[in-house]
Write a protein of this length. Structure first.
Length: 181
């Protein structure tokens, strides 16, 4: 088991380094391309859980604004070491900064949401079978295990695609589709 953990940590470091070296121009192009690639799905589905980008993750600000304009934006917050989805109707007044420096819904200003149709999933790396390598805390695996009937799309930069299969443990939850731009 230690070998698997070491391999995951090595791959996390490798793909985070690749992501951190992307030029700003490439990041801006990807931000716009992501909205275009997801546009049809964002119209089709009613309750979409997105995320606030952290570290060097792809910028979802255009996607989130589009969802907000359609009244479909849901974001998660960390409560008791779990992700909890909330409906967001105002990006300015309903978000707060988490201790790890990302924006999350303020529980006093947003409503919890139990039902979701589509979940946009971040990761450090993805493979062709929908395998994903997260940050290692298990938040998304635990969360996605409750939404197995929901469409899940892994989103990120195309540079986050692994030609090799990523190491997988029994608790790791795969995404159904990829949108890597």
């Amino acid at each position: 088991m230690n070998e698997l953990i070491e391999e995951k940590n090595y791959l996390r470091k490798h793909f985070r380094e690749i992501r951190s070296k992307l030029p700003q121009k490439r990041k801006n192009e990807a931000k716009e391309a992501l909205l275009e690639h997801l546009k049809e799905k964002l119209i089709l589905y009613k309750k979409v859980l997105s995320f606030s980008s952290l570290l060097e993750e792809i910028d979802l600000s255009l996607v989130n604004q589009s969802l907000l304009d359609q009244g479909k934006l849901h974001l998660s917050r960390i409560e008791n070491n779990e992700l909890v989805p909330y409906k967001v109707t105002d990006l300015q007044s309903q978000l707060e900064i988490h201790k790890h420096k990302f924006l999350q819904p303020n529980a006093n200003k947003c409503e919890k949401e139990e039902c979701l149709d589509l979940i946009l999933v971040p990761a450090v790396a993805f493979d062709k079978r929908g395998g994903r390598l997260g940050l290692g805390k298990g938040y998304y695996d635990q969360f996605l295990s409750k939404y197995l009937n929901c469409l899940t799309i892994g989103v990120g930069y195309r540079e986050q695609f692994s030609d090799s299969m990523l190491p997988c443990e029994p608790h790791d939850i795969k995404v159904r589709e990829l949108c890597l731009v």
